[in-house]
Design a protein around this ligand. Structure first.
Ligand SMILES: [Zn+2]
Length: 404
């Protein structure tokens, strides 16, 4: 025991980094963990054992080799299948959803999505938290924290939703305070965190999706309405001095274009979102499904065959490319990940989008930036959970202190 204890003391500072390596899939075995942490095998072993004791990861007791891999056998590491979870909630233009998300960005359970948003934030957040609390009761999982994604810039340190433009909410609603009050009332006594949905989706893509390994990751995405952007620098969200950075939706991409709710004209927000595509193709929004689903389905089904849909799609691709080129010139990212309808535009004609970016960016350098589709199905929910998981990733031992 004495030996284990002293090794663990040396490895204590490595617990957080070790958990993050397993959480993001970068340490599938104890041998890789040893190398990545730059510690001795004994220390890595003690660290892995401690994380397993905390119920966060599993260590395969029998060393094995992965199929086709070279080198000596090593103990496999994985996030614990039945470990604790974060309560994640997302509110968007057309509704809201609650889920439980474990380490590794794994969605463990989801409540049925609701398809209307009440003008009172307290009503909506009360319902979504109640849905999450119901999932916790059904699954019996331990909850380590809660995260909420909203389609608005979230001002820090106040935690207020400054511009819920496509929601019937008052500007400046104190969403974090309301979210925490709802958690307490629902009998889920954990800390609640809030963030902008595209920011959170970018964080999730960086840790678990198409952004893995990027040092300067730019994400641009539509929600069901509007357009947002986010920048992840060296693994951390760049949110600016008060949480409001990367409001890319209000870049002008057509000075003669549609009036925007911000007071300007022809913003990316109104020229490249799902409603813009439907309008450009001469289609009326139908009653079934979100605008995002309708616009995505239109490209998926009719882009190859319908001239009006093809022209509309190309028009949006060109405007998106113009916006991306401006961002590339300012931010010099090493990777761009596109979500929502922008993902569908990229998949429809990637060479066209890349050509517009290259043509409009300085020295044509934009042509060398990788532009990829996002890969996570519920990036904002997974990202909301990342906010909740962050204190545990920073200090896994805090879990032992708070355990009953
Ligand atoms: Zn605007």
């Amino acid at each position: 025991m004495t030996h284990t204890r002293s090794r663990l003391d040396r490895g204590r500072n490595a617990l957080g980094p070790a958990l993050e390596l397993v959480h993001t899939g970068r340490a599938p075995t104890r041998a890789v963990l040893t190398t990545e942490l730059g510690v001795t095998r004994a220390t890595a072993g003690a660290v892995a054992t401690e994380l397993a004791t905390l119920g966060l990861i599993t260590v395969d007791p029998r060393p094995g080799t992965a199929t086709g891999s070279q080198g000596r056998p090593s103990h496999r590491l994985a996030v614990a299948e039945d470990g604790p979870v974060a309560l994640a909630a997302q509110v968007h233009t057309d509704g809201y959803r609650a889920a439980l998300v474990g380490l590794g960005g794994r969605i463990v359970a989801t409540a049925p999505a609701c398809e209307a948003v009440d003008p009172d934030p307290a009503q909506v957040l009360g319902e979504v938290v109640a849905a999450g609390a119901g999932l916790l009761r059904e699954t019996g999982r331990r909850c380590i924290g809660a995260g909420l994604a909203v389609p608005s810039a979230v001002a820090e340190p106040e935690g207020t939703a400054l511009n819920p433009l496509h929601l019937p909410w008052p500007a400046g609603a104190p969403v974090r305070e309301i979210f925490n009050r709802c958690l307490t009332e629902a009998g889920v006594p954990v800390e609640g965190h809030c963030g902008n949905d595209v920011n959170l989706s970018a964080l999730a893509e960086h840790r678990h999706g198409a952004g893995q390994g990027a040092a300067h990751l730019l994400c641009v995405a539509t929600g069901h309405r509007g357009v947002g952007g986010a920048l992840v620098l060296d693994g951390r969200l760049h949110t600016g001095s008060s949480g409001l950075a990367l409001e890319v939706g209000h870049l002008t991409v057509d000075p003669q274009g549609r009036p925007c709710h911000c007071g300007s004209r022809g913003c990316l927000d109104v020229e490249t979102d799902p409603l813009a595509l439907l309008e450009a193709a001469g289609r009326r929004p139908g009653p079934e499904g979100s605008l995002l689903d309708q616009a995505g389905a239109l490209i998926g089904a009719e882009y190859p065959t319908d001239d009006a849909v093809r022209d509309a799609t190309r028009q949006l691709i060109d405007r998106l490319g113009l916006g991306l080129a401006g961002l590339v010139n300012i931010l010099n990212p090493d990777r761009i990940v596109l979500g929502g309808l922008h993902r569908a535009l990229l998949l429809a004609d990637a060479p066209r989008l890349r050509a517009v970016v290259a043509e409009r960016s300085l020295w044509g350098r934009g042509g060398s930036v990788a532009i990829l589709p996002c890969t996570l199905d519920h990036g904002s929910l997974v990202g909301a959970a990342e906010l909740a998981w962050q204190p545990v990733l920073d200090d896994p031992l805090a879990l032992a202190v708070t355990a009953g």
